[in-house]
Every structure is written in structure tokens, then in C-alpha cells.
Design a protein around this ligand. Structure first.
Ligand SMILES: Nc1ncnc2c1ncn2[C@@H]1O[C@H](COP(=O)(O)OP(=O)(O)OP(=O)(O)O)[C@@H](O)[C@H]1O
Length: 261
């Protein structure tokens, strides 16, 4: 077990607003973390830091044994798989699903004049297949359904065989069957010993795939609690995080929560 991500006293300030306040957090290579918290809690900001796409105003960030601020982020980023709305929005809509994935190998979003190795295209295709979207490989990204896009994005995030995988709301906008398929596939990936350390941001407890080991609860840019899901995710900790009396239920490794009646 060794750390892949380590934050110490991390603060992000924009004007007078503190987006993150004095966050200390460590992710080890065999851990799968979920980040939960209300709208505006700072989840995406935290993930952007973990992805080496944002520098903190104060504090230290160590990613894959490199110190943020003292490393060339363009060398570090290919070692981190990121699936987020921001990345999806930067993918040119006319690019095919296959190109949306294969371009990750070159750290770009659109195909230009690069000569892609046959090996890369084969890997991109097999990732599309593994995520159940192999049949849409030649369709423009903009014509894909939300569920197809989300799966293409995850395939893209895995293209460079990352050591750290960051998924920002991968289930947002999916219908029930799409969500369940995504949860099942992610859970399968997490069960693979070779899978990278993973951090998943979600709004819905139903989207936590079985196999996730840890949870970080965030509120107003501060950590409410963090640690193993089995001990940290409770009705009480959720109620404090969301400032509402909530009752947590767990069944076969799946979670949900409702307002206490
Ligand atoms: N450049 C900025 N200047 C000022 N405030 C900002 C800036 N960027 C983000 N914020 C604010 O920081 C807070 C945290 O944003 P962030 O997107 O990290 O939250 P989140 O937990 O991911 O929210 P959501 O669940 O709604 O996606 C929000 O209140 C947001 O409005």
C-alpha cells in the first residue's frame, strides 16, 4: 500500500470565497474513494487539484510521487485518467467516439495531424467494447446519447492505463438502466487488482459501485469526515454533511438515503 495522492493543508481561494479550506487527505493505491457533499461543497474543485489541473492557493499536493508546482504537469497528466463534464465539453462534437478515446493517448481532445499507432486504435476500440459502446465507435461524439457519452468518457480516461482514475459524476443524466449498467461495469473494474486507485464524485448514493472502500464527506469546502465507507458512511454523518435528517440504508453493498420521517 503506497500513497498515490496526498493533500496537506490545501486551500483554494477565489476573491473572498474559500472553495476549499485546509484539506488534508490521502489516497492509497489499493483504495477506491467516493466524494459526497452538497452542491457547491467543493467536490469538483478537489478533483481538479487531484487531476493536476488546478493549483491550490496554499498547502502541499503530492500526486503519484510528484509535488504539484515542482513537476511538469504535461508529463504528470497522462498518468491520471479524468472523466468530467469539462473534458466532455472540450471534445470536438464531430470527432468520432473512437477518436475521443484514442486522442487521450496524445493528451489532446481533437484529432489533428498526429499519426496514431495501430496499437492505440486497437486499445481504444477494446475499451469502447469493454464499456459497451463498441458499436458507436464511428459515430460523431455529439450524436451520442448521454449514457453513451459517459461511457466513452470513461474509456477515454482509461486509455493511458492511468495510475489514478478520477470520475466526476459519471452517472449524471443516465436513465435507471444506464446507471445500473455503469455501476455494474465500474464495480467489475474495481474488483480487478490491476485497476488504478479511483476517486468518484457523485450526488447519489445509488451510484456508489460495490467495491468502493472509502468515503470523503465534504461541506462548505471542509472535510466533515473521511475514511472507510463501513465506518464513516452513516445516517449521522450524512445528516451533518447535507444539513438534513437522513436515514441511510445499505443492501448487498448498495446504498441509498432518504429524509427521516
Ligand atoms: N472562479 C470562482 N470564483 C468564485 N467562486 C467559485 C469559482 N469557481 C467555483 N466557485 C464556487 O466554489 C464552490 C465550489 O464549487 P465546486 O464546483 O467545486 O462544487 P461542487 O461540490 O462540485 O458542486 P456541484 O455539486 O454543484 O457540482 C461553489 O460555490 C462555486 O460557485
Amino acid at each position: 500500500m503506497s500513497p498515490v495522492l496526498s493533500l496537506s493543508g490545501v486551500t483554494v481561494r477565489r476573491g473572498r470565497k474559500l472553495l476549499l479550506n485546509n484539506i488534508s487527505w490521502q489516497v492509497n493505491d489499493d483504495e477506491r474513494w467516493v466524494i459526497l457533499g452538497p452542491n457547491g461543497a467543493g467536490k469538483t474543485t478537489l478533483l481538479q487539484i487531484a487531476a493536476a489541473r488546478l493549483f491550490p492557493t496554499a498547502g502541499q499536493v503530492q500526486i503519484l510521487d510528484e509535488q504539484l508546482g515542482a513537476v511538469d504537469v504535461f508529463e504528470l497528466r497522462p498518468r491520471i485518467g479524468l472523466s468530467s463534464n469539462a473534458i466532455a465539453n472540450s471534445l470536438p462534437g464531430h470527432e468520432t467516439a473512437l477518436n475521443a478515446v484514442v486522442t487521450a493517448a496524445y493528451g489532446v481532445t481533437g484529432r489533428w495531424r498526429e499519426e496514431y499507432e495501430r496499437f492505440d486504435e486497437k486499445r481504444a476500440f477494446s475499451l469502447l467494447n469493454a464499456w459497451g459502446v463498441g458499436t458507436v465507435f464511428d459515430r460523431p461524439f455529439s450524436t451520442l446519447s448521454e449514457g453513451e457519452r459517459k461511457r466513452v468518457q470513461i474509456a477515454r480516461a482509461l486509455m493511458t492505463d492511468p495510475e489514478l482514475l478520477l470520475l466526476d459524476e459519471p452517472g449524471a443524466g443516465l436513465d435507471l438502466a444506464g446507471r445500473e449498467a455503469l455501476v455494474a461495469r465500474t464495480s467489475e473494474l474495481m474488483a480487478d487488482e490491476a485497476a488504478p486507485a479511483t476517486v468518484l464524485v457523485t450526488h447519489h448514493l445509488e451510484e456508489i459501485p460495490p467495491g468502493f472502500t472509502h468515503v470523503l464527506l465534504l461541506r462548505d469546502g471542509e472535510v466533515v469526515d473521511a475514511g472507510p465507507i463501513s465506518s464513516i458512511l452513516t445516517s449521522q454523518s450524512l445528516s451533518s454533511t447535507f444539513d438534513m435528517p437522513l436515514e441511510l440504508t445499505e443492501r448487498h453493498g448498495r446504498y441509498s438515503a432518504f429524509m427521516k420521517q
